[in-house]
Design a protein around this ligand. Structure first.
Ligand code: ATP
Length: 372
């Protein structure tokens, strides 16, 4: 049987509008509006305490918004109890029943819903296959590894065929290698079932790897929503740029706007193009971000062509060798620090040493202007 058709309910669309949540006089969620599309792998990403779990718990119905509306496929769900919502949650600690077998755990929700025995048995068998636990149905869950237990928790949450699956840091208890393989597994489960996944994590790499779109949160607010490449390459705010990956910030002057690009002047006097968030028209002094892997250190003086063509130059003040890459920390002529990440294309010591003067070349179209 085609698994995708067998398991797919239609993934639900979630619309959140003007959501605010106060705990006493502390505001955990501050005016959040989000549209999560059907069948989407959507991630809420942000540091500890930014309000992402609270937002997830409001979708689940474990918390009520102080203000605002939450719709599922266009219908307000605020008045529904958690078990009346076509939504299920997978928690970080799995919350499995230790005295039950794998199959009993997976079928538990269906049993509570009063589904016929034959239907439960068929769904459990299908779920066991879906999460690759064939032959383990009769085992006590306590005999399973952490990764296998997590798959039981997923199967149990998927069994009632919710329209939306909420996942609250479900991989954080696993070691790095298992976490990586479960990331691929989760993505597969999402596309095979067609269920909308809303995933909470503070791990930026995890978010970039798995998500169709990401909402970056801080202090109860959504700072930016976008596809992984947009969040990484077109951060709109300093917080987003800084939270995701390594970043260089440079203060520059806007010289001109040319269509969807601005032309900016660096402290060195060189001019480069820069993209900017659609809701601003940059002018005057602004900050740009350039990712370290979009820059390349080159020798100055050795090639007569380079000194004129490089937009930045400075002196290497630190070299960090990482096996696959080397990070060169360069102090630019105006005193700003700038990091260059270069892939190690050959074995042996890497190109430059502390104290070397270097030029910095930039790939095309790598600068992004930040909103103030
Ligand atoms: N029931 C509650 N009563 C009081 N304050 C709460 C309650 N639940 C959450 N908070 C506070 O709201 C803020 C947001 O919490 P939340 O759990 O949503 O953050 P988070 O981004 O998920 O963080 P973490 O990754 O650490 O779980 C935190 O400062 C937290 O202390």
């Amino acid at each position: 049987m085609d698994q995708s058709r067998a398991t797919a309910a239609h993934g639900g669309a979630i619309g959140m509008h003007g959501i605010k949540k106060w705990f006493g006089n502390f505001q955990a969620v501050d005016d959040v509006s989000l549209e999560i599309r059907p069948n989407e792998f959507f991630t809420l990403l942000g540091p500890s305490g930014c309000g992402k779990t609270t937002l997830l718990r409001m979708i689940a119905g474990f918390e009520m918004p102080t203000e605002g509306s939450i719709r599922l496929d266009g219908t307000e769900i605020a008045s529904l109890l958690p078990n009346q919502r076509p939504v299920n949650t997978v928690f970080q600690n799995y919350a499995l029943f230790p005295h039950l077998t794998v199959a009993e755990n997976i079928g538990f929700g269906l049993k509570m819903l009063g589904r016929p025995k034959a239907e439960i048995a068929a769904t459990v068998a299908e779920m066991i296959k879906l999460v690759h636990l064939e032959g383990r149905g009769g085992d006590p869950v306590t005999q399973l590894s952490g990764g296998q237990q997590q798959r039981v928790a997923l199967a149990r949450a998927l069994a009632p065929r919710p329209k939306v699956l909420l996942l609250d840091e479900p991989l954080s208890a696993l070691d790095l290698k298992l976490r990586k393989s479960m990331q691929i597994e989760l993505k597969r489960l999402q596309s095979e079932t067609g269920i909308t996944f809303v995933f909470v994590t503070h791990d930026q790499e995890e978010a970039l790897t798995m998500s169709d779109r990401i909402a970056v949160m801080s202090h109860g607010k959504v700072r930016q929503v976008g596809e992984p490449w947009e969040i990484y390459d077109r951060p709109a705010e300093r917080f987003v740029a800084d939270f995701i990956g390594d970043t260089n910030f440079l203060d520059v002057d806007v010289v001109a706007i040319e269509g969807e690009r601005a032309r900016v002047r660096l402290a060195s006097g060189a001019e480069i193009p820069a993209t900017f968030p659609a809701d601003i028209r940059p002018a005057g002094k602004v900050t740009i971000v350039i990712r370290p892997e979009h820059a390349r250190a080159v020798s100055t003086g050795l090639s007569p062509a380079t000194p004129q063509s490089v937009p930045l130059s400075g002196t290497v003040h630190d070299v960090v060798y990482l096996g696959t890459d080397t990070h060169f920390h360069v102090r630019l002529e105006d005193g700003t620090n700038f990091m260059v990440r270069q892939q190690n294309a050959r074995s042996g010591p890497c190109g430059f040493a502390v104290g070397d003067p270097v030029g910095i070349e930039l790939s095309d179209d790598v600068a992004q202007i930040l909103r103030d």
